[in-house]
Design a protein around this ligand. Structure first.
Ligand code: ADP
Ligand code: ZN
Length: 433
């Protein structure tokens, strides 16, 4: 099969990929042991570099968690002196204090190559004018994507986050053909286009990279329809460099995790035992090429599964399913486990539902309740109370079918729920207020 690729490692066969991973795993353990933290950890676990022979030996290594990175803040995880570092980033801090990540010059290069590979894979070429609409600064979605786009050879516009009118002006004036955008912001931006009376389809856009937060297939489809483009899911986390960890190929069926750079495991979150392909668990990743701050068995807390089978695109790098959410995102209500993405999936398939929603958890007396605030598209927001009541009941019923609990549904006019330039906040928990 002939697939045009940015990097030859994309087309390695399984055997070669396994061999490469085994060699790189051993190198990584050696490199990690140059940091005081891992030297102590490996010593206490009785592991020597020479023990690392095959890919499966990764399972002998201890885990690294976000909490460990926080206690080692700021420089505790470095495998080389600070003088050798070239760049620093931090996580967004969605779940607590941010963690700091360091890159050597080589790390910056290999990361840029990975991002360029992802972009090339979905058809972005040097001739594209590329607008990066994610926040610059410590967030990796800014410079991370930026360097990848430049490496690929695109004329790259560092638009940054927010300022929607200016974003639209840039898109129009420079005939932008490819963008990077957070999915919730892509939906919000659509409402600004609407207000300005501009049809996003009239632009020169053809491809969007969407990622950085969980979103459903229905949201992707909305983005593709509104803008008249193809949208590809992009997964990454600052602890693993940032974007460029796993990316959809043109098949749009799962994200290839680049196995020459990352060794991925899906583990049962309770027992930490590996799960078979197809079963949902926690994604755990070991870096395979990083020299400044290698991480062993980093527990991402993100829930997903390996998709079984081969991808028709010809790449054997394993595919991850859409991220269902973080382990911490799970809502426990009346003894039922619910993920915000289950709710999004239902809502976004209802044609009357607008581009934004919010899940509010509250306590009434001794009872926990869920309230789902849903924006209704302008065309459907009619004066007739009976029609609105009918819609409210329909949404509540469809949600109950999915989550087994009947939530209260509040219908609100479009553009009235809070929006964010960064990752959307989907749940407000007032139960302890
Ligand atoms: P923080 O963990 O503080 O949000 P990061 O900016 O490093 O910091 O974000 C990484 C996290 O963002 C991932 O662990 C994951 O939870 C989420 N994420 C990134 N890309 C995606 C994606 N394509 N789909 C779902 N979630 C994603
Ligand atoms: Zn593929």
């Amino acid at each position: 099969m002939h697939t045009e690729v940015f990097h030859k490692n994309e087309l390695l066969d399984r055997e070669s990929l396994d061999k490469l991973q085994a060699i790189r795993l051993k190198n990584t353990v050696f490199q990690a042991s140059r940091s005081k933290f891992y030297r102590d950890q490996l010593y206490h676990a009785g592991i020597k570099v020479a023990d690392m022979q095959t890919v499966d030996d990764v399972r002998r290594l201890p885990f690294t968690t976000k909490e460990i990175l926080r206690t080692q803040y700021p420089y505790g995880m470095l495998a080389l002196p600070v003088e050798k570092m070239n760049r620093m980033h931090a996580s967004s801090g969605t779940t607590g204090s941010p963690t700091a990540i360091f890159y050597t010059k080589n790390d910056v290069e290999t990361w840029g190559d990975l991002v360029a590979r992802c972009m090339y894979c979905v058809g972005i070429r040097p001739k594209d004018v590329f607008q990066n609409m994610s926040g610059y600064g410590l967030f990796t979605g800014g410079l991370g994507i930026h360097y990848g786009a430049e490496k690929l050879g695109c004329c790259t516009i560092p638009a940054g986050a927010g300022n929607s009118k200016r974003q639209i002006k840039l898109l129009k004036d420079f005939h932008v053909s490819a963008i990077h955008i957070i999915p919730s912001y892509a939906l919000h931006l659509a409402t600004v286009f609407d207000k300005l009376g501009i049809d996003p389809k009239s632009l020169n856009l053809r491809i969007a990279i969407v990622g950085a937060e969980p979103h459903t297939e229905a949201v992707r489809q909305r983005i593709e329809e509104i803008y008249g483009i193809k949208a590809y899911n992009s997964y990454g986390l600052s602890e693993m460099n940032g974007p460029g960890v796993a990316f959809e190929c043109p098949e749009q069926n799962g994200m290839h995790i680049w196995e020459d750079a990352y060794l991925a495991e899906i583990l049962d979150p309770k027992t930490q035992e590996p799960l078979p392909d197809g079963e949902i668990g926690e994604l755990v990743i070991t870096t395979l090429t990083r020299e400044g701050m290698p991480l062993l068995r980093y527990r991402t807390k993100d829930l997903t599964r390996f998709l079984p089978g081969e991808c028709p695109c010809g790449r054997v790098h394993r595919r991850l399913d859409r991220i269902l959410g973080r382990v911490d995102d799970m809502i426990i209500l009346k003894g039922v486990n619910i993920y915000p993405m289950q709710i999004e999936r239902v809502l976004m398939e209802i044609p009357e539902v607008g581009q934004n929603y919010l899940i509010v958890l509250e306590r009434e007396g001794y009872l926990d309740q869920m309230r789902v605030k849903v924006e209704v598209k302008d065309d459907y927001f009619v004066e007739d109370m009976r029609v609105l009541k009918g819609l409210q009941q329909k949404i509540a019923r469809l949600l109950k079918d999915e989550i087994l609990i009947t939530p209260r549904v509040d219908l609100v006019e479009h553009n009235t729920l809070p929006t964010s330039e960064g990752k959307a906040k989907r749940v407000e928990d007032h139960r302890e207020d």
